[in-house]
Design a protein around this ligand. Structure first.
Ligand code: SF4
Length: 501
């Protein structure tokens, strides 16, 4: 996983501020619950899971922009700034509507439990993976849950904080991490989950489904605290994953994103592997295409690249988290690979999967990073077959080893370096998009306006498809989440999308 406080997923579009329906079992107005999610796809998958569980309890998930009884904030704690952002929202909600109950979940809730429990503005603080407890705290009713849930109370509520990360590629001491064999890893998806674009309460589901297949991480990247919030590696049973896939395709999902805290670690706790899981998925011949959320270079085996290359169900897109383009910085980050391995892997992926889009993450301004390492890094990046880059200026996370490495890069300089990287990366991304002009692309439709269908191709290219051209060609108009073949005709620098027809 990367240091990605990526965009805050807009939870919902409450089409209509519908009056709260009566809760069938109590004749009381149904509880209206807004969910705000920060952070990564794992957090987003948890939110969708929680929304379905709330509907099962008769509550109505809705947007932060509507009248609500409870606000649940699914927090990220990948940086101190992420913490500050969530706490700013708590204050804002309390100021705007003092009677609204505020409940915190997610990684910050796990790492700073006691301190947050002393905060009067927050009613409950419940870490990730404790869905039953969370649903009960929100609705006041304990959900019916399989026995496993009862066992879900945190094994070690206050994980012993050992030295976070050492610069020799060591992995964490297992016992130092909480055990999170959370409920969301057991059992299958709630029947409340309908097809793409359907509603869960006032919340509209998305075009693609983020399917969590594992939880936890036992690596020790020096900038990261996530293993302490997400706990030890724990993988879902292959049979449960396959059941979920069958359910989701039955509901009309045509793209499924396999996700987890450390996706590449799938199966390490159960003598299986990500490769074995992908082989089983291929053998099941599902009616959907698949994307891997993100994977570390050392976790992506050549045979898995071959499998992805051979099978049509996998999108020609891999997000491979490199984080730095210098061996010295990779060592300071305690990442488990070096640049020669990265270059070899990316060359192999590029050779084996024609037209593949390789994306990556980069933290710039990491403690100790020299100016010339930025220059050399950019030269290396320009030579590598990477099509886009998520760039993050290093941001401290209290309690991580990186905060004790010394040799800090001043914040303004970090921002300058990030701006420089982003400019270079944007040009490469645009070039990758332009190289698609003339080719026919398979697009998943994510939304539409009066003129265009907007979507994403197998190669992770953002497109806008001319509706009039589709109509003139007499082609079927796909539903949200449906797949549409379209020919790329131009690159529009104004919104940096490929125009298709
Ligand atoms: S410690 Fe784990 S979750 Fe954190 S960045 Fe490293 S691999 Fe990702």
């Amino acid at each position: 996983m990367s240091q990605q406080p990526i965009e805050h997923f807009a939870e919902s579009r409450s089409e209509t501020a519908s009056a709260s329906p009566l809760n069938d079992s109590t004749d009381k107005p149904a509880l209206r619950v807004a969910l705000k999610t920060y952070g990564c796809r794992s957090n987003y998958a948890d939110t969708v899971d929680l929304q379905a569980a709330l509907v099962e309890q008769g509550a109505v998930p809705c947007g932060l922009d509507s009248e609500v009884d409870v606000v649940v904030i699914n927090t990220c704690t990948v940086t101190d700034e992420a913490d500050r952002e969530a706490l700013r929202l708590v204050r804002k909600i309390r100021k705007k509507s003092p009677d609204t109950r505020v409940i915190l979940t997610g990684c910050m809730a796990e790492i700073r439990t006691e301190e947050l429990q002393d905060n009067d503005a927050i009613e409950h603080v419940i870490g990730p993976g404790r869905k039953a407890e969370l649903v009960e705290a929100i609705t006041g009713v304990a959900p019916h849950t399989p026995a496993a849930e009862e066992a879900d109370s945190p094994q070690s509520s206050e994980p012993a904080l050992v030295t976070l990360g050492s610069s020799d590629g060591h992995r964490r001491v297992k016992s130092a991490l909480p055990d999170r064999r959370s409920i969301s890893l057991q059992g299958t998806i709630s029947q409340e989950i309908q097809g793409p674009g359907s509603s869960i309460g006032d919340v509209r589901t998305r075009a693609r489904y983020h399917l969590r297949v594992q939880e936890g991480c036992e690596n020790s990247c020096t900038f990261c605290i996530i293993p302490f919030s997400r706990g030890r590696l724990s993988s879902r049973e292959v049979s449960d994953v396959l059941n979920d896939i069958e359910f989701l395709t039955g509901q009309g999902y045509r793209e499924i994103v396999l996700t987890g805290t450390h996706l590449g670690g799938y199966g390490e706790d159960s003598s299986s592997s990500l490769h074995a899981l992908l082989e089983r998925i291929v053998a099941a011949e599902p009616r959907a295409r698949f994307r891997l959320s993100s994977i570390d270079p050392n976790d992506l085996r050549a045979e898995t690249v071959d499998l992805i290359a051979k099978s049509d169900i996998f999108c020609e897109h891999l997000h491979i988290c490199v984080q730095a383009f210098s061996d010295r910085i990779l060592k300071r980050m305690n990442r488990r690979y070096r640049m020669n391995e990265v270059q070899e892997l990316l060359a192999y992926v590029h050779q084996r999967i024609p037209g593949v889009c390789i994306g990556s993450d980069l933290i710039t301004g990491f403690p100790g990073e020299h100016r010339q390492e930025v220059d050399q890094g950019i030269e290396t990046f320009l030579r590598l077959p990477i099509s886009y880059l998520h760039v993050f200026p290093y941001s401290e996370r209290a309690g991580t080893a990186a905060t004790r490495l010394g040799d800090e890069v001043p914040v303004p300089e970090r921002k300058r370096r990030a701006a420089r990287w982003r400019a270079v990366a944007e040009r490469k991304r645009d070039q990758f998009f332009e190289e698609r002009i003339g080719s026919t692309l398979e697009c998943i439709v994510e939304r539409a306006d009066s003129q265009f269908f907007f979507g994403t191709t197998r190669e992770y290219v953002s497109v806008k498809i001319d509706r009039e051209a589709v109509r003139r060609a007499g082609r079927d108009v796909p539903p949200l989440g449906g797949l549409l073949q379209a020919q790329a005709i131009a690159f529009d620098p104004s919104d940096r999308k490929l125009l298709c027809q």
